[in-house]
Design a protein around this ligand. Sequence first.
Ligand code: SF4
Ligand code: MG
Length: 283
Amino acid sequence: MATFKEFRNKIKPNWCPGCGDFSVQAAIQRAAANVGLEPEDLAVISGIGCSGRISGYINAYGLHGIHGRALPIAQGVKLANRDLTVIASGGDGDGFAIGMGHTVHAIRRNINITYIVMDNQIYGLTKGQTSPRSGEGFKTKSTPEGSIESTLSPLEVALAAGATFVAQSFSSDLKQLTSLIEQGIQHEGFSLINVFSPCVTFNKVNTYDWFKDNIINLDTVEGYDPTNRLAAMTKLMETGSMITGLIYQNKEKKSYENLVHGFSQEPLAHQSLALSQADFDNL
Ligand code: SF4
Ligand code: MG
């Protein structure tokens, strides 16, 4: 069985020292090892942004896609070879701005993949512009007088779209983050894990200390029931989405693969694509 070190490769990440994305990478590697995967069992598909580099730093199959398009690629990979564990990853700009249409429909579709969003509430790669996750009043080069748009709550959107697994964590809490990624991988359906992953270079508001002061860990909330969708939505709305832990899980709904007629047969990647004469005759 592979250890988490075997999910490392020799490439040194070029994230800024202190960037939250380092911990997300470590958590993915630990979770993959903890659930018993080998590197050849895993595919990590990423979008564009600082966070998008993550697919290049993990010893597994990987593809660094285009902006906002990690999910279409990841879903295609999974449908072609459902034996693979597929993780899609990217940032809040990637997944909740240009890629939001894909995110909502991937949630509805409920293909068995895990989507990890590194949410730093800013565009880091392009040197600090306001993202859909930035707070109102947030000042950047793109909003010098402060953002006047509402802050998006992607987890409320996810619940409204019929998500079967919604979780949130903080890159400083490696134990919780690793556990949630393990649960997301093991969930039979689409799992969304939003991770507060501070950008230490461009976001001087949503810092590690700010998150520590504002996060409510659901593990400390007595009686919280992650199977209750209404309670999950209420808790998100009450707290401004500042909760971490397993927010909602529906184990009853079948994944897309289990509902598509004929999909229980051999994965496409294992089928011969050559047509026989009889196939032509029957066309
Ligand atoms: Fe991380 Fe921000 Fe540096 Fe990008 S710019 S690597 S998000 S700290
Ligand atoms: Mg971002």
